[in-house]
Design a protein around this ligand. Structure first.
Ligand SMILES: NC(=O)c1ccc[n+]([C@@H]2O[C@H](COP(=O)([O-])OP(=O)(O)OC[C@H]3O[C@@H](n4cnc5c(N)ncnc54)[C@H](OP(=O)(O)O)[C@@H]3O)[C@@H](O)[C@H]2O)c1
Length: 307
């Protein structure tokens, strides 16, 4: 069995490769652009005969098609994911997050891949940014594309604590330099999870998901001040930027109406599921269960150990 991870050299891809090496016997292909990231990936997972590396850009359909030869399962993690960079380079965001992802989806269908899992984000739920819109478009494309043989499953989750470019890095840097932490709005709520929880969600969706599914992590949340306090109490409030929401959402009311909660951990959304909940609220970081201080501390420790 062969799995390819588009964007396999990133935070998610590295953790997923470790899990696949440990829990399965499959061969793994890592597809991404930057040689240095692929070198670092190899350093992190240790040399393995089962892992092969391909340099390529998902914007290039022919290269993607070539890489998919003999592949059974596809994980689609490649993305431009920094909100500010996407806002200031909207066409670059479109080329990677929309056109590139559509290349991967179409080429996977063309190659009769068994299953494809697309990684999306809470920012795609009622999006307020170009990044969120690009992810939502591809979520919809996954559901609507004409396709008979490839099962396409979408996943959606909140902020992975300490992933590339996350707030943890900024807070850690500022506190180490003895500077005030810059906090936009201390009362803002956000979903946070560990990288292993993100990997578990995608793993579960890969094994159990069926075509048309959207798998969403039953994420806990916290207020930003609690995260900042883990690094330093010396903080400066700088105000919310206009693209930032006060709270994020993982499921709309309509999606909740077509969902089931599995093992209290994962929502599976599918048009075929019908629930009559009466009046309900969307699943937001404001009304989600809050992370305890101990859970937050564990997340920070897991991240520091992984450095
Ligand atoms: N991190 C989070 O908090 C979070 C939360 C929810 C959802 N997600 C989603 O999860 C996925 C993985 O996130 P991550 O944290 O692992 O991101 P990451 O660490 O930034 O990794 C992104 C990966 O995508 C590759 N990539 C970027 N542009 C590419 C292109 N044009 N062609 C081929 N590969 C490309 C990167 O390698 P090169 O630059 O070398 O190509 C890298 O391997 C993303 O789709 C993201 O939207 C992340």
């Amino acid at each position: 069995m062969r799995v390819i991870i588009f964007g396999g050299s990133g935070s998610f891809g590295t953790a997923m490769t470790k899990k696949l090496l440990e829990k399965s016997t499959c061969d793994i292909v890592i597809f991404s652009r930057n040689e240095k990231l692929q070198f670092e990936h190899r350093e992190r997972i240790g040399k393995s005969e089962r892992v092969r590396y391909i340099i390529g850009d998902i914007r290039d359909y022919d290269r993607v098609y070539e890489a998919l030869e003999g592949i059974d399962y596809v994980l689609l993690a490649s993305a431009m994911k920094h909100i500010d960079k996407c806002e200031s380079n909207p066409n670059e965001c479109r080329k990677t997050n929309i056109d590139g992802c559509i290349n991967v989806i179409n080429a996977s269908i063309e190659r009769n891949v068994k299953k494809l899992v697309f990684l999306s984000t809470d920012k795609a739920t009622n999006p307020s940014t170009i990044y969120g819109c690009s992810k939502l478009f591809v979520e919809m494309y996954c559901k609507c594309v004409d396709n008979k043989n490839t099962e396409i499953i979408r996943t959606r989750y909140g902020n992975v604590f300490g992933s590339n470019g996350s707030v943890a890095w900024i807070f850690e840097k500022l506190s180490k330099e003895g500077k005030k932490l810059t906090v936009t709005n201390p009362d803002m709520t956000r979903f946070f999870m560990s990288i292993s929880e993100a990997v578990d969600l995608v793993w579960k969706a890969l094994r159990e998901g069926v075509h048309g599914d959207l798998w969403v992590y039953n994420n806990k949340s916290c207020i930003i001040k609690e995260v900042a306090d883990m690094f330093s109490k010396d903080q400066e409030i700088i105000g919310t930027r206009c693209v930032e929401k006060t709270d994020e959402a993982l499921l709309t009311v309509n999606e909740l109406r077509h969902s089931e909660l599995l093992e209290d951990k994962y929502y599976r959304v599918n048009d075929s599921i019908e629930n009559d909940y009466g009046y309900i609220n969307p699943f937001t970081s404001d009304n989600a269960e809050r992370l305890s201080k101990e859970e937050l501390e564990n997340m920070v420790n897991e991240w520091r150990k992984s450095l």
